[in-house]
Design a protein around this ligand. Structure first.
Ligand SMILES: CC(C)(COP(=O)(O)OP(=O)(O)OC[C@H]1O[C@@H](n2cnc3c(N)ncnc32)[C@H](O)[C@@H]1OP(=O)(O)O)[C@@H](O)C(=O)NCCC(=O)NCCS
Length: 170
């Protein structure tokens, strides 16, 4: 039985494993050096301190995916906009985990009074672009060759979702 719940510190080794597999084998994370448990702990504590959620999808007691959001940009004016991330274990993609995670995460951002959710997605990641379109995310920008990994230039697609009515009162 699959279950989406808030992450705890005990989930961090499995979150780290998923994160590092995505980092190592894909362009979905623009980094080269694998992350460490200590870095994941700092990230998790930072999210907790700022009141932002970290969710995991668990199946038979194993963490197979996670999702979170945080500030999109740091300045005060951006305080109603969040940027999310969602990653699913390589052996369990296409089985509804990502959908279950975002389905739980989006209402949390709405309840927190956020206005816009942003996803930064590598242009090669057509699965993720299609996946986000199903939730109503639309492409609002495509920054060309802003990243480099695996000896090639990469384009970053920015997709956004309105969490309440465009123009709504904050
Ligand atoms: C993108 C990602 C989060 C989507 O999560 P997921 O659990 O694989 O996707 P889901 O199964 O919930 O739904 C994806 C849709 O694509 C389809 N799909 C089929 N095979 C798939 C596959 N191998 N990978 C992704 N989607 C697949 C699903 O059927 C589903 O379609 P539907 O909504 O019409 O049923 C996940 O594939 C992933 O972690 N990818 C690698 C890291 C990554 O790209 N993260 C996002 C960075 S922006």
């Amino acid at each position: 039985m699959m279950l989406v719940r808030s992450a705890t510190e005990r989930d961090l080794p499995e979150i780290l494993e998923i994160y590092n597999q995505v980092l190592r084998d894909s362009t979905a994370i623009y980094d080269d050096v694998p992350s460490t448990l200590e870095e994941r702990r700092e990230w998790f504590e930072g999210r907790n301190q700022q009141g932002f959620p970290v969710l995991v999808a668990e199946d038979d007691g194993k963490v197979l995916g996670f999702a979170s959001y945080g500030p999109w940009r740091a300045r005060w004016g951006y305080r109603f906009t969040v940027e999310h991330s969602v990653h699913v274990h390589v052996d369990h993609r296409g089985t509804g985990m990502g959908r279950a995670l975002l389905t739980a995460l989006i209402p949390m951002a709405k309840e927190a009074g956020m206005h816009v959710m942003i996803g930064g997605i590598d242009a090669e990641n057509v699965n993720s672009i299609r996946f986000h379109e199903r939730f109503g995310f639309v492409e609002v920008g495509r920054a060309k060759q802003v990243a480099r990994k695996f000896d090639r230039w990469l384009d970053l697609v920015t997709m956004q979702l309105f969490l309440n009515e465009p123009g709504a009162r904050a």
